[in-house]
Design a protein. Structure first.
Length: 428
């Protein structure tokens, strides 16, 4: 008799499950019960959880929510790293994120009940499998233009950044000019149109960062044009435009041909409590036919090319450049910085393209993200403008003329102006 008792106890230990610490009883989601043929699974971040797990569920200790007119950021504070799977469901159309073998703490449940969460986002506790009793936290996203999932460590967190889809009624009257044409490959999704935001009167001090300098010439064209000289000329012109037209104080990380370390550039802007940071650079590519403009804000590299550009500007091997971007602090300040940087990048891209397109052939590479050092370590909204390709013979010649560089500076200025006074269209 005794020899049959032990296996029975073991089975009970494996299958048994205590009550979920949640503000209300655990519920099954109708989404999880849909037929498999209605689902289009993306590549999972990690291997699927086993049907019969021996590991205790990961406790979601807290859920923080930050919303804006354009986006929502969810930060899940975790007991330890969690396995995440993304999938697309239909009828109705939506994205589903599964935090597998996880459960919400009573504190997280209470926070969800207290915090305002957009109707397009649902966070609920569910069981993944009725037989295995494996707990799953389901995050359902509807009416979403784009989203990104970022697992962070030290401490373990999961950040879900959601870009809202614009209201069709609000989007209908928007102009569809060249600046809002189809996105270039690798470009990020633009902020949706919403109610007209208020002017950013809190922006008092701007820092302009001309890339390279001194012993570091940056990229050099076949005609001998050095990146460091182009960026300084554009930076000085931009400084004067801001001081004269916006009547705001402007500082520069360098105003002459001197070498400044990347760390010192970020430290300088932070120590001055700057409100905006604009870094100016010149691009390069092995293919001489490649040309055009691209604007960056901080984040994981949008594509391989973005990572290559960041590696060149950071002066780091490409296999080390993306390492560490996830140590971005996932708090409300950083969330606001990223959203404001995205807004500034799109205003700048539209203004520069709009100013150049009638006078010069423009290849618009759009707005991208990459782990540039000066964007990661500055505490304020920041962008990096790659204004042209010095490796392209035609654009190298253009950058040798004052007229072209002045137009670039004017375009960046108009982007900043539109960011500060968003009710005004760029260029007005």
């Amino acid at each position: 008799m005794a020899r049959f008792l032990t296996p029975l106890i073991i089975v009970l230990l494996i299958v048994g499950s205590g009550p979920v610490a949640w503000a209300q009883p655990p519920i099954w989601s109708a989404i999880a019960a849909e037929p498999d043929e209605s689902l289009d699974f993306n590549t999972p971040v990690a291997a699927p959880v086993r049907r019969l797990t021996r590991h205790p569920p990961v406790l979601v200790q807290d859920v923080r929510v930050q919303t804006s007119a354009h986006a929502t950021t969810l930060v899940f504070d975790l007991q330890r790293q969690v396995r995440v799977q993304h999938r697309r469901a239909h009828r109705p159309d939506r994205f589903i994120l599964e935090l597998q073998n996880a459960r919400l703490s009573s504190h997280a449940g209470a926070r969800l009940a207290d915090q305002p969460i957009p109707e397009s986002i649902s966070i609920r506790q569910a069981a993944r499998d009725v037989h295995a009793k494996a707990r799953t936290v389901l995050v359902t996203l509807t009416n979403v233009a784009d989203y990104r999932v970022s697992p962070l460590s030290k401490p373990p967190r999961l950040v879900v950044e959601v870009v809202n889809r614009p209201d069709p009624e609000e989007a209908r009257p928007a102009p569809s000019g060249p600046a809002r044409a189809a996105l270039p490959q690798g470009a990020t999704v633009p902020p949706p149109k919403g109610p007209a935001p208020t002017p950013r009167d809190g922006v008092k001090l701007l820092v302009i960062d001309p890339g390279h300098g001194g012993k570091d010439p940056g990229a050099v064209g076949q005609g001998g044009t050095e990146e460091k000289r182009i960026t300084l000329r554009v930076g000085l012109t931009l400084r004067d435009l801001i001081a004269q037209r916006l009547k705001k104080p402007v500082l520069m990380t360098r105003d002459r041909d001197v070498f400044v370390e990347l760390d010192d550039r970020a430290t300088f802007a932070n120590s001055k409590n700057a409100d905006l940071f604009v870094s100016i650079h010149v691009n390069s590519h092995p293919q001489r036919s490649t040309k055009g403009l691209e604007i960056y804000h901080f984040g994981e590299a949008t594509d391989r090319r973005a990572l290559e550009v960041a590696a060149r500007e950071n002066g780091t091997p490409i296999n080390e450049t993306g390492v560490g971007w996830q140590y971005l602090v996932a708090d409300l300040l950083t969330t606001k910085k990223i959203q404001d940087s995205l807004d500034l990048a799109w205003h700048t891209r539209e203004a520069v393209v709009g100013r150049l397109k009638d006078q010069y052939p423009v290849d618009d590479h759009g707005v991208k993200t990459a782990p540039f050092y000066v964007l990661r370590f500055t505490a304020m909204p920041s962008i990096l403008a790659e204004i042209a390709f010095v490796s392209n013979p035609a654009e190298e010649k253009l950058m040798q003329t004052d007229a072209f560089l002045t137009q670039i500076a004017e375009g960046i200025f108009e982007g900043i102006q539109a960011y500060l006074r968003p009710a005004l269209p760029a260029g007005k």
